[in-house]
Design a protein around this ligand. Structure first.
Ligand SMILES: Nc1nc2c(ncn2[C@@H]2O[C@H](COP(=O)(O)OP(=O)(O)O)[C@@H](O)[C@H]2O)c(=O)[nH]1
Ligand SMILES: [Mg+2]
Length: 285
C-alpha cells in the first residue's frame, strides 16, 4: 500500500521533474489502472506533454472486466495516441507489444530525421503515472534481467539513465510520478478501493459504501450473490450483510461493519468478486 501523501510541495517537485524529463523524451508512456481508467489519470499530463505521442497502458487488466477494457482501449486510442491493455505481471507479450507500439508512434519523427539527413537515433520514452499503477513493474519488464543501461550527459544539469528496450527504443529508468486527483469524493473512493491511495486518509466505511454503490450500479447481482442478500437491500444494510456472511461480529453478535468494509475492499482488490471495472467507458467521465 502506498503511503505517500501529496502536499503542494510534492506536486510542485513532481511537476518540475516531469518538465525536466519531458525535454529529453520523444514520447510518453502513460500508465493507468484498467479498473479505473479515468480516476487513475492526472490531467496535468495533457498540459505538460501536449503534442508528444502517447502510449496509454491500462495495467492490471487481469483484474478488470475484459468487455469494459475493450471499450476503454477503443475510446482512448486516437491521433498520435495508442492504448494497450496489459497484465504487466504475467503477460509474456508485454515487452514486444510495448516496443511495437512505441515504434509506430515515433515512426513519423524517425522519418523526419532521415529526410533531413540526420542519422536516426533510438527514440526515447518516459513512463509516468500515479503511484501504484505499475510503472516500476513495466520498467523491470522492459529492462529484463541483464539489459544494458546507458547514461546520457548532453550538457544538462543531471545525467539521465536509459534502458535499451531494443535498438530503436530507450526508456528512461526513472518514472514520472504524478499525483492522484482528489477532485471529487467519488474519484477518491475509486482510488482507495483499488489501492492507489492510502485508505487511512479517507473514511473506510465511506469508501466501502461508495464502492458498493458503484459495483451494484455497474454489475447488478454480483454482490448480492457473493454476500447472499436480495437486490433491494440498501447500501448501508449491505455492509451489515457482508459482516454477517463473513462472520464479522462484535460483542453481542452485532455485525461489525468496520471490519466488513475492510473485508469487502480486500476481496474486491484481490479479484474475489470477479473482474470488475469501476468506471464505464460509455459514460461521460
Ligand atoms: N495484478 C496485477 N498487479 C500488478 C500489475 N502491474 C503491477 N502490479 C502490482 O501493483 C503494485 C504496484 O506496482 P509498481 O510497479 O510498484 O507501481 P508504481 O508505483 O507505479 O511503480 C505491485 O504490487 C505490482 O506487483 C498488473 O498488471 N496486474
Ligand atoms: Mg515505482
Amino acid at each position: 500500500m502506498v503511503t505517500v501523501q501529496w502536499y503542494p510541495g510534492h506536486m510542485e517537485k513532481a511537476r518540475r521533474d516531469m518538465a525536466d524529463h519531458l525535454k529529453a523524451v520523444d514520447m510518453i508512456i502513460e500508465l493507468r489502472d484498467a479498473r479505473i481508467p479515468m480516476a487513475s489519470r492526472n490531467p496535468i499530463l495533457d498540459e505538460m506533454a501536449a503534442g508528444k505521442p502517447r502510449l496509454i497502458i491500462l495495467s492490471k487488466t487481469d483484474l478488470a472486466d475484459p468487455a469494459a477494457t475493450e471499450k476503454w482501449t477503443a475510446r482512448l486510442r486516437g491521433e498520435n495516441r495508442d492504448c494497450l491493455a496489459l497484465d504487466l505481471m504475467n503477460d509474456k507479450t508485454c515487452r514486444s507489444r510495448i516496443i511495437a507500439s512505441c515504434r509506430a508512434l515515433t515512426e513519423a519523427k524517425r522519418q523526419r530525421m532521415i529526410r533531413r539527413g540526420i542519422r536516426p537515433r533510438p527514440m526515447r520514452a518516459m513512463a509516468c503515472g500515479i503511484p501504484n499503477c505499475g510503472k516500476s513493474t513495466l520498467i523491470n519488464r522492459i529492462a529484463g534481467k541483464n539489459s544494458a543501461r546507458t547514461a546520457d550527459k548532453p550538457g544538462v544539469t543531471r545525467s539521465l539513465t536509459w534502458i535499451k528496450a531494443d535498438p530503436s527504443l530507450e526508456i528512461l529508468d526513472t518514472p514520472g510520478v504524478l499525483w492522484p486527483k482528489f477532485d471529487d469524493p467519488k474519484t477518491g473512493s475509486l482510488l482507495a478501493a483499488t489501492g492507489a491511495v492510502n485508505e487511512d486518509i479517507l473514511n473506510l466505511k465511506d469508501i466501502a459504501m461508495d464502492t458498493i454503490h458503484t459495483v451494484r450500479d455497474l454489475y447488478p447481482g454480483v454482490l448480492e450473490k457473493e454476500y447472499q442478500t436480495d437486490e433491494a437491500v440498501r447500501t448501508d444494510v449491505m455492509l451489515e450483510k457482508i459482516a454477517e456472511t463473513r462472520h464479522l461480529l462484535k460483542e453481542g453478535n452485532e455485525p461489525d461493519t468496520e471490519r466488513a468494509a475492510i473485508a469487502f475492499l480486500h476481496e474486491l482488490r484481490r479479484g474475489k468478486l470477479g473482474r470488475l471495472t469501476l468506471e464505464a467507458a460509455d459514460e461521460e467521465n
